[in-house]
Design a protein around this ligand. Structure first.
Ligand SMILES: Nc1ncnc2c1ncn2[C@@H]1O[C@H](COP(=O)(O)OP(=O)(O)OP(=O)(O)O)[C@@H](O)[C@H]1O
Length: 261
């Protein structure tokens, strides 16, 4: 277990909400070091899949494997402690708190996974760790080029900068795998280009494996190692961006083209 196994795998995952089949028998694996993207039309099951990985939803059938170990029944906060990080589309930043404090909060999220561990951490040299952690947070702030706003209340920032702070908060947990749910949504071209560069760099320089959902096909095809396409909860293609774009079912389902006879 461990080194040879994919960092993450979904094994025959199905998810139903009453009569709605959000996912049907989806299997795939993500290799360490990849930027792996999930695409597909609205309602295809992308968010459901990511929620199964983060632990927010439990698959009706099938399992989620982390480095070969079955984590289907592991709680969300434990998954974060294992090394699965994410940005939360709906978890807003604390508007009145500074950028720095918002990023530091990410760390406390990790510590809150156990009162006893938290106590031991505190008794066992918390201050030293706190200083080391602050240094890491400063590195992340430098990396994401948000030094100029580190003391600003998060609520005063532009949309693009807020998204960067959210990314910083996820990075502060030092995840091995980072889940990004539509990181470019609502961004202008320049903000998208910046975000794409940060994703590539956090992958290459910080060694984080990336799993993302993104609607912007240009960005997906540009930066992804591999792409999985979902449609009506089923996997219809998986492969390199070129392979996926050339796939007849992708062209018909996703790009609305007629499938040639
Ligand atoms: N909590 C829920 N309760 C009931 N149905 C749900 C729930 N979450 C998702 N669904 C349904 O599951 C299907 C897949 O939804 P999901 O949000 O995973 O798709 P998506 O590909 O992320 O779509 P979008 O691109 O619009 O975000 C949809 O039919 C959706 O209505």
């Amino acid at each position: 277990m461990g080194e040879d196994a994919p960092i993450l795998a979904a094994d025959h995952v199905s998810l139903r909400f009453g009569g709605v089949r959000a996912l049907t028998d989806v299997s795939f694996s993500v290799n360490r070091g990849e930027i792996f993207s999930i695409i597909g039309p609205n309602g295809a099951g992308k968010t459901s899949m990511v929620n199964c990985i983060s632990g927010r939803y439990r698959p009706t059938e099938g399992s989620i494997l982390w480095q070969g170990r079955d984590i289907t029944r592991v709680a969300t906060n434990r998954r974060a402690a294992l090394g699965i990080g994410r940005t939360f589309q709906n978890l807003a930043l604390f508007g009145h708190m500074s950028v720095l404090d918002n990023i530091m909060v990410g760390r406390h999220h990790l510590l809150s996974s156990g009162v006893v561990q938290g106590m031991l951490w505190w008794l066992g040299g918390a201050q030293r760790e706190e200083i080391a952690h602050r240094r890491e947070v400063e590195e992340i702030i430098d990396f994401l080029e948000i030094q100029a706003v580190r003391k600003a209340p998060a609520g005063t920032l532009s949309y693009g900068l807020r998204k960067r702070v959210e990314l910083a908060r996820a990075m502060a947990l030092k995840p091995q795998l980072i889940l990004l749910d539509e990181p470019m949504a609502g961004m202008n071209l320049e903000e998208k280009e910046d975000m794409a560069r940060f994703i590539v760099d956090l992958n290459e320089e910080w060694g984080m494996t990336v799993l993302m959902i993104e609607h912007d096909m240009g960005v997906v095809m540009d930066i992804s190692t591999r792409v999985m396409v979902l449609d009506f909860g089923r996997q219809i293609a998986i492969g390199s961006p070129e392979e996926v774009m050339a796939h007849p079912r992708v062209r018909s389902a996703y790009l609305g083209e007629e499938v040639e006879a």
